[in-house]
Design a binder for this molecule. Structure first.
Ligand code: NAP
Length: 309
């Protein structure tokens, strides 16, 4: 970090955090963006983003985030690789303890996003990285011409299963109901793809394997109670997301699912503290809504700083 005092600290460098950085740096605030991993967030591992306006042919998640990150830095937002290990947001000067020191700010935007939710079944942790995965772009090539299982019925499960079919021989898509939640266009593509086999009304019970990795996934049909084993060498789990809010330790109000409560101005329960993107209690978790949240949060934070100090 170049300084220890900033106008605004943004926690998280995904689409929401970086969009907030562009808006606040252009408002000439001194801005620090904290990111514990590489800038980009969850979208970084998405093969193709087709619904972000301005890219008629689609764009890879990694390329989109590289462009957004470059844009933020062009306007002098500082991005630091730091983990927030403690914080005091209650007073007019917000204090954040980091892995590499301490910083203070007049306003804070929380944009820490969400992470893939776990199923909590036996074998899931044991074989994570050895056949169990949440990232098709990272791991699909390991399953060339193999059969894999995928779990979930939302946009992620269907879009990523479609991506898997470029490599694998068969995707058994296990869904707990008999209708997908995913967007219609993705459903149509999945149903038209003969490498995707739907395993309807079913939940996975266990990921089984040996020393070399996953060998099967046992599934139960919730309608008939029948149990069976799918012979697969991989199991991709896409059953939604869980918000990255543990580090907050009660600093702002959360909803019943752990997402940060924020109003339409992205204001949280604490004055001068805003939330943006997937970590917020929002009805839609997309890049396009995250960047919108970031813009609103940055504008509101800028007004707050002007009026409060
Ligand atoms: P999601 O929309 O919450 O879907 C989660 C899926 O997992 C649902 O089908 C759900 O079943 C199933 N599920 C949840 N818990 C389960 C459990 N314990 N056992 C078995 N199945 C379980 O999550 P997502 O697909 O990760 O999407 C997250 C957000 O990102 C959404 O807002 C989505 O629109 C967005 N996204 C968009 C795109 C795109 O636009 N192309 C791509 C990826 C993600 P039920 O349907 O029965 O609830």
């Amino acid at each position: 970090m170049k300084k220890t005092e900033y106008d605004l600290v943004i926690v998280g460098a995904g689409p929401a955090g970086l969009s907030a950085a562009i808006y606040s740096a252009r408002a000439r605030l001194s801005v620090l963006v904290l990111e514990e991993a590489a800038p980009g967030g969850q979208i970084l591992v998405t093969d193709l983003v087709e619904n972000y306006p301005g890219f008629p042919e689609g764009i890879s998640g990694a390329e989109l985030m590289m462009k957004i990150s470059e844009q933020a830095q062009r306007f002098d937002a500082e991005i630091a690789t730091e983990e927030v290990t403690g914080l005091d947001l209650s007073g007019p000067v917000k204090k954040l303890r980091l892995s590499g020191g301490e910083v203070s700010a007049r306003a804070v935007i929380l944009a820490t996003g969400a992470s893939p939710r776990k199923l909590g079944i036996p074998g899931e942790d044991r074989y994570y990285g050895q056949g169990v995965s949440t990232c098709a772009t990272c791991d699909a090539p390991f399953f060339k011409d193999a059969a894999v299982a995928a779990v979930g019925g939302g946009d992620t499960a269907v879009q990523e299963s479609l991506f898997l079919t470029r490599f694998v021989d068969k995707v058994h898509l296990i869904h707990r109901r008999d209708q997908l939640r995913a967007t219609r266009i993705l459903q149509e593509r999945a149903f038209a793809n003969d490498k995707i086999e739907m395993v309807w009304n079913s939940i996975p019970l266990e990921v089984k394997g040996g020393d070399a990795g996953v060998e099967s996934v046992s599934v139960k049909n919730v309608k008939t109670g029948e149990e069976s084993d799918l012979k697969v060498s991989g199991c991709f789990i896409w059953v939604g997301v869980t918000p990255n809010t543990a580090f907050l330790q009660g600093a702002v109000d959360l909803d019943e699912n752990g997402f940060i409560r924020a109003d339409q101005r992205m204001q949280t329960s604490v004055p001068g503290v805003y939330a943006a993107g997937d970590v917020r209690n929002t009805p839609l978790r997309q890049v396009v809504t995250a960047v919108g949240d970031g813009a609103v949060a940055a504008t509101e934070a800028s007004h707050y700083i002007e009026n409060s100090f």
